[in-house]
Design a protein around this ligand. Structure first.
Ligand SMILES: [Mg+2]
Length: 115
């Protein structure tokens, strides 16, 4: 289903945009034992602003994360609270569906620095 929006004389196709969290809109850190501790994550407000702009333009923003994917720890509630506190605007969050991987190769990807 394609949605479109008219902005001035321009017609913009609304996109469904999946946005990674760790390393993308925040800096994530490990604890003293080397395990990821998302309580220590620090927001990258300059990057969050870019995503908020896309959301305000009408694009569907889905924050998704593999947090807990290998440990089984459910970071869902914490993640929602965290990104709400950082002022992130979004359509929904998916915390259980993203697979854990080391490299993602796809023709539709961009690093947030490229946006
Ligand atoms: Mg990441």
């Amino acid at each position: 289903m394609e949605r479109a929006k008219k902005m001035g004389s321009e017609i913009i196709r609304m996109k469904i945009i999946y946005v990674d969290i760790d390393g993308t809109i925040c800096h994530s850190k490990t604890d003293k034992n080397g395990k990821w501790d998302y309580n220590l994550s620090e927001p990258r407000y300059d990057q969050i602003e870019k995503i908020n702009k896309l959301h305000s333009e009408g694009h569907e923003i889905v924050y998704w994360t593999a947090r807990g994917g290998t440990t089984g720890i459910d970071w869902g509630r914490h993640t929602k609270q965290q990104i709400d506190n950082w002022g992130c605007q979004y359509t929904r969050i998916e915390t259980q569906k993203k697979p854990h991987y080391d490299l993602f190769i796809c023709d539709k990807t961009k690093r947030i620095e490229e946006i």
